[in-house]
Ligand binder design. Structure first.
Ligand SMILES: [Zn+2]
Length: 423
């Protein structure tokens, strides 16, 4: 180890030097501290940038040590920055040196045994006369043991670790294990680093895991809204002959394509425009008889043939559902019906692929898969450090010595210095 403890010096015999226990004044900066002790300001600039960041870790009202000679010149200062490290400021000839070194503690294990008269907290407090130990015992038992079940005559015995520094107690004691004896039964409570007790040498720690969860559900979705904008050409639609690229023509008695859909209807049935559009032409067409053609958006052209009467003129705008003529039997036709044709971009297509009986948007049930972000809590077991070791130590202690052994504040005043000291 780099920092060997070279000298343990009783403070009174430090060549006339005097060691004092001080409190860091509220709001004072390290440079203010230096100037108030006549330390040349050049020291501050000699401290590395990394080390300078620790200067702000000096906490107001924290305790530190100063050693001064008979003239009151600062020889050493040991100023804590956190639990484990401290600033060491020291006089080196005419100049001053700066370092950050570990805080030297004495760390000892102690044992306690308490007979229960009323409750573990009060009885520990009374037996060991240290509130911090009673508090820690109470904290360790809470949640691990039902303290209400203690009966007079029950016992607890425990191991605890206490740090001391120059005769003082800088930190709370750490309870390591507690043996609980209730109604002749033994139970061991193991204590983790935070001071909480468990009746197992392991404790479970919860942690959060984030991930994706697959969710499948069904929902009605629009099937194909775009094509459903076309309505039907009649109020009552009965298909008598479908679209075909090749069908037997009963009048011409030969095969011909049938580029449309025939709807059976009595003569004089109103014909409706299947969509908004403009009349391309309305009049006689060979074979088709009285015929209307409408131009629609999207490159569609609709054709209505064999009409008895036409109710529109070329160039006129028509609305979807508007009556544009009446069914009949004109042209090459075997009886009153409407021949309806639909072209898209100059090609005939099966009108029934586009026409809908209702113009509302159809919906279908569809399975939809989604991945959702989920956060779940998991648990893992963590072994409580040195649980078995302290249990063994406690049992050994009880075998040797049944009486309780409690750390008391002694008047030992020692200064631990590192190997660079030049006294
Ligand atoms: Zn036809």
């Amino acid at each position: 180890m780099k920092y060997l403890i070279l000298a343990i010096l009783a403070m009174h015999t430090l060549f006339g030097a005097k060691v004092t226990y001080e409190k860091w004044k509220d709001g004072i900066s390290f440079s203010q501290y230096l100037s108030s002790h006549n330390v040349p300001p050049t020291l501050l600039s000699s401290i590395s940038e990394e080390d300078q960041t620790f200067l702000s870790d000096i906490r107001s009202n924290s305790h530190y040590y100063e050693a001064k000679d008979a003239d009151g010149t600062l020889l050493h200062a040991l100023i804590p920055i956190g639990k484990e490290m401290q600033i060491h400021l020291y006089k080196d000839g005419e100049a001053y040196g700066f370092d950050i070194i570990p805080i030297e503690y004495k760390e000892n294990d102690y044992y306690g045994k308490v007979e229960i008269k009323s409750n573990p907290y009060a009885d520990t407090q009374q037996a060991v006369n240290q509130q911090n130990i009673a508090k820690r015992v109470g904290q360790a038992l809470k949640g691990a043991v039902n303290t209400k079940k203690f009966q007079p005559g029950d016992e607890i015995a425990f191991v605890y670790q206490q740090r001391t520094r120059l005769g003082k107690l800088p930190h709370m004691p750490d309870i390591k294990v507690i043996k609980v004896m209730t109604g002749g039964k033994e139970q061991f409570i193991y204590v983790d680093e935070e001071g909480y007790g468990y009746d197992d040498t392991q404790k479970s720690i919860s942690y959060q895991v984030t991930g994706k969860k697959k969710v499948v559900f069904t929902r009605r979705v629009p099937s194909s809204g775009k094509e459903a904008v076309f309505g039907m050409p009649l109020h009552n639609n009965r298909v008598t002959s479908g679209f075909s690229y090749r069908r037997w023509h009963p009048v011409l008695r030969r095969y011909r394509p049938h580029h449309g859909t025939d709807f059976g209807a009595r003569k004089g049935t109103p014909i409706l425009a299947v969509n908004d559009g403009r009349v391309i032409d309305a009049g006689w067409k060979a074979g088709y008889g009285n015929t209307i053609r409408l131009q629609h958006t999207g490159g569609y052209v609709s054709l209505y043939a064999h009409l008895s009467k036409i109710r529109c003129n070329a160039g006129r705008r028509v609305k979807k559902g508007e009556v544009i003529g009446y069914t009949g039997n004109t042209g090459v036709s075997s009886g009153p019906h409407l021949h309806f044709g639909l072209m898209k971009q100059g090609r005939w297509m099966d009108p029934m692929k586009v026409l809908r009986k209702e113009s509302r948007v159809a919906t279908v049930l569809k399975k939809i898969t989604k991945y959702e972000d989920v956060t779940t809590t998991k648990y893992k077991k963590v072994e409580i450090k040195d649980a078995q070791k302290y249990r063994k130590a406690l049992l050994a202690y009880q075998d040797q010595n049944a009486s309780s052994h409690v750390w008391g504040i002694t008047q030992l005043q020692s200064v631990y210095l590192n190997d660079r000291e030049k006294f």
